[in-house]
Design a protein around this ligand. Structure first.
Ligand code: AMP
Ligand code: MG
Length: 421
């Protein structure tokens, strides 16, 4: 049974007892999703952004050989003076990738560069700055410790050690890490297949002239971008007109070819809005209203074997609901663990208009105030049709359900999205 929003009724507020809270909606979505089943073995570079479907263990010690962490001289502890100074004979050099071919004997040392394997018989590095060189000899003082500036074999990773777990997303560090183990291929989950379309008689494609009341379809572009970033395999199904049969056909077709179906528009209760009605007839509706702004009408459920998200039509609502619900869903389907939404606090420089009853995701711009503290400035008109606000903004200002207007200077919660969207 859904937890409904508790409230004191008022004709002034935005409360709607049929709406789910954002948290509940996300919980319900994640509750029905399981990771896709297919896997594939990919070359390392091709695996960037994908989710590991196997545990990566180290086949080697990293580093493989005990080596120097500094440019200097490799010495034996027995030759370090307890007091005063000692003079040692330099018997050769060791470079990274070109080891010294011999062993230290009493009273000798080897010139060594960072990353070079420690010569046999040596155990300590004296930095070059701490040695006085004259010809083939160096003089060192007593201020040195056994094992200093030495990187032990296996100190980063030991052979057989679990390095990355299944479900780990492969980013830059992971690519490097896997390469450092000498592994060239990894098993990853297949991409999540997402089919998406726009709905609306008013939508025109780029290149077509606009008639009265018509607009260009932008949602398919923002969705393309967000899906691409999310690493999905995307199937663009174009624009579907506001007719019951057309909507039904598009939904059925999409559900047959994709893991996830996303529509935008037509999800409210207007006379040309068929998504909810058709979805109700041919799918299993999980919920269709969330107590948030923008984006209250938001349908979720299953459609055949696919998961369906009926996003609102307004361009900002599409982006906000995508970030809040579709992105975590895709991440889970793709095999990844739950990702933490980064939340920080900042002081608002301006008043934030709001009425209690819904969580609001307003658009803001982060900056540093005169005192060095983080500040956020709303982007102005917060209408859900103003896509421009999303390109000006670099964060959402998240105002809780019960909150009313917020006075300038108040601390608010902010979710940065630069680099994410
Ligand atoms: P709807 O929910 O279908 O009534 O759409 C809500 C608002 O979003 C309307 O003003 C639509 O014109 C607009 N809208 C719907 N789909 C798109 C789209 N693909 N691109 C841009 N705006 C859209
Ligand atoms: Mg519409």
């Amino acid at each position: 049974m859904a937890r409904m929003i508790e409230r004191d009724p008022s004709c002034e507020d935005d409360f709607d007892t049929a709406s789910l809270s954002c948290d509940e909606a996300l919980e319900r979505i994640l509750g029905v999703l399981t990771t896709v089943e297919g896997r594939e073995r990919l070359h390392l570079r091709a695996a960037l952004g994908r989710v590991l479907a196997e545990t990566v263990t180290s086949p080697v010690d990293v580093p493989q050989h005990t080596n120097s962490a500094m440019d200097g001289y490799a010495v034996a502890v027995a030759d370090l003076p307890k007091q005063g100074t000692a003079t040692l004979t330099v018997i050769g050099s060791a470079f990274a990738g070109r080891p010294f071919d011999g062993a230290l004997t009493r009273g000798t040392c080897v010139r060594i560069m960072t990353g070079a394997a420690m010569p046999d018989g040596s155990d300590t590095i004296v930095m070059q700055e701490h040695a006085v060189r004259t010809g083939d000899h160096i003089t060192i003082d007593s201020d040195h410790k056994l094992g200093q500036h030495v990187r032990a074999a296996g100190e980063d990773l030991r052979r057989g050690q679990r390095v990355l777990e299944r479900g780990h997303v492969i980013g830059a560090a992971e690519l490097g890490l896997i390469a450092s183990l000498g592994i060239g291929e990894v098993m990853v989950y297949r991409r999540v297949r997402v089919a998406y379309f726009s709905t609306g008689d008013e939508l025109r494609s780029i290149g077509e002239p606009l008639g009265r009341g018509e607009i260009y379809d932008s949602n398919r572009y923002t969705l393309f971008a967000m899906l691409q970033r999310a690493g999905a395999e995307i199937i663009d199904m174009g624009v579907v007109r506001d007719r019951r049969e057309a909507v039904e056909q598009a939904l059925r077709e999409a559900a047959n070819i994709a893991d996830v179906v996303i529509s935008s528009g037509g999800v409210s209760v207007g006379e040309a809005d068929y998504i909810k009605e058709v979805f109700g007839a041919i799918g299993a509706v999980g919920f269709w209203k969330v107590a948030m702004r923008p984006g209250r009408p938001l349908a979720f459920g299953t459609l055949g074997r696919a998961h369906f998200f009926g996003l609102p039509g307004n361009p900002v609502s599409v982006m906000v609901t995508f970030v809040l619900f579709v992105l975590p869903a895709l991440h889970k389907l793709a095999g990844g663990g739950q990702q933490l939404a980064l939340e920080i606090t900042a002081r608002t420089t301006a008043e934030l208009k709001k009425r209690p009853g819904r969580v609001e995701y307003q658009r803001g711009i982060l900056s540093h105030g005169a005192d060095g503290k983080l500040e956020v400035t709303p982007t102005g008109d917060q209408g859900s049709g103003i896509l421009h606000s999303m390109s000006v903004a670099d964060c959402f200002i998240v105002l809780p359900l019960a909150s009313g207007r917020v006075a300038p200077g108040s601390e608010v919660v902010v979710q940065p999205f630069r680099g994410v969207l």
